[in-house]
Every structure is written in structure tokens, then in C-alpha cells.
Design a protein around this ligand. Structure first.
Ligand code: PMP
Length: 391
């Protein structure tokens, strides 16, 4: 019997064996020719994954929060004004970072379980001059996915840039940075990018680079400053040695391998697969009669599901039972409902097989916890969705 548990939390996730093997390669110098090639080609592949042909990629050691901070430190100056779209816990984090850098923040807070509406955003944009709008494409605390296709054009109409937190979306949820006019997208390695935690990844479009270039005041964070990082990224892409701060050599090796696997699959195929996994999971949840945090499928993330525990069921016990079935799910994170729901990550290398396994473990644990339902009803619903997708 397999001893290792299947990790189905919304990051970190399961990683491909070849990605983990790449991490175990002997560490070399950050200016060795073979590493320069790995770094340079990773930057090139990032443009294809973000679908941002004219973007400037950055690879920096750190987690997603650092990626958020790098974006804000470079784009915001004291006295600026930002509009923060909040669909969960991570929207509030953006607001805190922006305030720390001396800018004023207005928030549009969606009711729990809902997304933000373009009309509300436009009303705000009309009422004030904002330098930037931030959005969490998928908020990992609620499983809400904001439809960001028209956000870039809307913000630009009112002279604002769009900064997108794609930590729980890039390389899973559909995102076309250039076509959708998103000025800066940031993510971290440990989610759909499918590399162990430790890399902050950013893609800055031309407006974001200009906003940094024409600042009136210096960037207030030394490590985050594009002034230090841009020459390094340009050098690696030109296949030349350079140094500002030591890169995470082994993680960059793993990133290179994962980006290759992502592009081998192809972005369109990858978005479609994530939608299918979401739909299979959603159909099972619905058939089981479970309530979820997002109230409508059109703004339900493809990268994770957020599900309320049924009434009268002990959540800790349910998760422990699922764990004993061999799968790790995550508890809640949103402060208003933290102990009332759980989360299943299904981004990255997952296939329908793991979704079926997860639903089976969930059904088995629900039976043990005393929840009443027709055993197999969730499995059948998901199976039907997966089979229908072949036709
Ligand atoms: N934004 C979102 C949407 C996230 O899901 C997370 C992590 N769960 C973060 C930001 C912060 O990333 P990290 O934990 O890697 O600092």
C-alpha cells in the first residue's frame, strides 16, 4: 500500500517527479553557463505561460506575499490612491501592503460568496482618480474567481493600472495577460506553476514598467526594487552573468522543468483541463447536497473548491477521516467562516482520477460522520461529467 498521502490543498500541491528530480540536481554557480541558460529560458517560457509576449518577467526568491510586495513597492508612491477589489482574505492583504507604502486605499468588498461587479468598479473609478486597481483573480480563502477579461480596459479608460494577484490562478485558471490588458501579474511557485514553495514570479507589462521608471520617489524597499532586479533579468535573458542577490538555484531548475511540462500540455488544454476538474468536483458536491462558499458556478474557481461542512457534522473529524483515507484537504481560512468549511485544491498536475479518488474519500468520511446521502451519488455525477467531456 502506498504510504504517501495525496496532497489536495490549495497550495502547495502535488509535484511531478521530474520537477522534484530537477530540485535535487547538484547546485551550481549562479553565473555558470548551464544555470544562465536555465534562468534565461525560464524567463522566456514565463511569457508564454502568462500569455504576455511583451511582458518583463521577474524570478525572485520568496513566497507569493513577497511577489505582492514587490509589485506594490515598485508601483506605488506615498500619496497615491488605489482601488482594492476584495473577494476574500487575500484582497485585504493587498490593501494592508498598499497602505504600508503610504498610499490611500478604497475597497470594493464583495459579499461573502460573490464576486465583484464591473458596474460597481466603474462607479468608483468615476468618483476618484486611482493609480491602480488590484484584484485577486482567485481568492484562495473563498474559491471565488473574478472575471477579469474586461477589467484592464475598464481601468485604463479611467487612467488606472491593473495589478493582478494570480498566486492561486496562473497556469490553471484562464488568464491572458496581454490580450486582457492586465498591467502586472504576480504569482508564486507552489500552486498551479507546480514547483515547491520558494519563488515569487512577476510579469510586468509596459505600463507597469513605465510607472516604475517615471517614479518621483525611490522605491521604499531595497530587496524589492526593480532597479536592482531588472538588469539581472535582462542579463540572464541575454545569456550573460550578473548578480544582485543569490538566486534559489535548485528551485529555478525545478521551475524550468515545470514550465516545459506546462507548455508541452499547452495553455488552452491546461485551462480546459482545470475547468473539467472543477466541473467534475462541482457536480459531485451538488449531487451530495453540500453547500459551497461561491454561490454561482460562473465565478467558482477552477483551481480549488470551498465547501461548507454539512449541518451537525464535526469538521475536524471529517478532515481526519479523509486524511486516514490517504488524502490531505485544507481547513477554512476566511475569518468569518473559518471553522465552517474546508477546501480542496485541484490545480496543477491533477487528472479526473484524483478527483474521483477525492470524492470517494469524501463520501466514505461523510458516511462515517453520519451524513445521510445515497452512497456513490457524488462519484456518479463526477464520472458522468468526465465521460461526457469525451463526446
Ligand atoms: N495570494 C493568494 C491568492 C494566495 O492564495 C496566497 C497563498 N495562499 C498568497 C497570496 C500568499 O502567498 P504566500 O503564502 O506564498 O506568501
Amino acid at each position: 500500500m502506498k504510504r504517501r498521502k495525496l496532497l489536495m490543498i490549495p497550495g502547495p500541491i502535488e509535484f511531478e517527479p521530474s520537477v522534484l528530480r530537477a530540485m535535487g540536481a547538484q547546485t551550481t554557480s549562479h553565473v555558470a553557463a548551464d544555470f544562465i541558460e536555465i534562468f534565461g529560458s525560464s524567463l522566456e517560457m514565463m511569457r508564454k505561460v502568462f500569455l504576455a509576449g511583451s511582458g518583463q518577467p521577474f524570478i525572485v526568491s520568496g513566497s507569493g506575499t513577497l511577489a505582492m510586495e514587490i509589485a506594490i513597492a515598485n508601483l506605488v508612491e506615498p500619496g497615491d490612491r488605489a482601488l482594492v477589489l476584495v473577494t476574500g482574505y487575500f484582497g485585504d492583504r493587498f490593501a494592508e501592503i498598499i497602505e504600508r507604502y503610504g498610499a490611500e486605499v478604497d475597497r470594493i468588498k464583495a459579499p461573502l460568496g460573490y464576486s465583484v461587479e464591473l458596474e460597481d468598479i466603474e462607479r468608483k473609478l468615476k468618483s476618484n482618480r486611482y493609480k491602480l486597481v488590484t484584484v485577486t483573480q482567485v481568492d484562495t480563502s473563498t474559491g471565488i474567481a473574478v472575471d477579469v477579461r474586461h477589467l484592464g480596459n475598464l481601468a485604463h479608460k479611467y487612467g488606472a493600472m491593473v495589478v493582478l494577484d494570480g498566486v492561486c490562478s496562473v497556469a490553471g485558471e484562464e488568464l491572458r495577460q496581454e490580450e486582457w490588458n492586465i498591467d502586472l501579474v504576480l504569482t508564486a511557485s507552489q500552486k498551479a506553476i507546480s514547483v515547491p514553495p520558494g519563488l515569487a514570479l512577476l510579469m510586468a507589462g509596459p505600463r507597469a514598467i513605465d510607472a516604475w521608471k517615471f517614479r518621483k520617489t525611490p522605491v521604499l524597499n531595497y530587496y524589492a526594487d526593480f532597479t536592482n532586479w531588472l538588469p539581472v533579468m535582462e542579463a540572464y535573458e541575454a545569456r550573460k552573468p550578473s548578480y544582485f542577490a543569490t538566486p534559489a538555484i535548485n528551485l529555478v531548475g525545478a521551475l524550468n522543468e515545470s514550465l516545459k511540462l506546462i507548455l508541452d500540455e499547452g495553455m488552452d488544454a491546461r485551462f480546459t483541463r482545470h475547468r473539467l476538474l472543477r466541473d467534475g468536483m462541482q457536480d459531485a458536491i451538488k449531487a451530495l447536497g453540500l453547500k459551497q462558499v461561491p454561490v454561482r458556478r460562473d465565478f467558482t474557481a477552477t483551481t480549488l473548491s470551498a465547501i461548507y461542512y454539512p449541518d451537525g457534522i464535526d469538521g475536524q473529524k471529517l478532515l481526519a477521516k479523509i486524511n486516514s483515507e490517504g488524502i490531505i484537504f485544507a481547513g477554512g481560512l476566511h475569518p468569518e467562516i473559518k471553522n465552517r468549511y474546508f477546501r480542496i485544491g485541484h490545480m496543477g498536475p491533477f487528472s479526473p482520477g484524483e478527483i474521483i479518488y477525492a470524492i470517494s474519500a469524501m463520501e466514505s468520511a461523510l458516511v462515517e460522520c453520519g451524513y445521510k446521502f445515497d452512497v456513490g451519488i457524488g462519484l456518479t455525477a463526477a464520472e458522468r461529467t468526465f465521460i461526457n467531456s469525451h463526446h
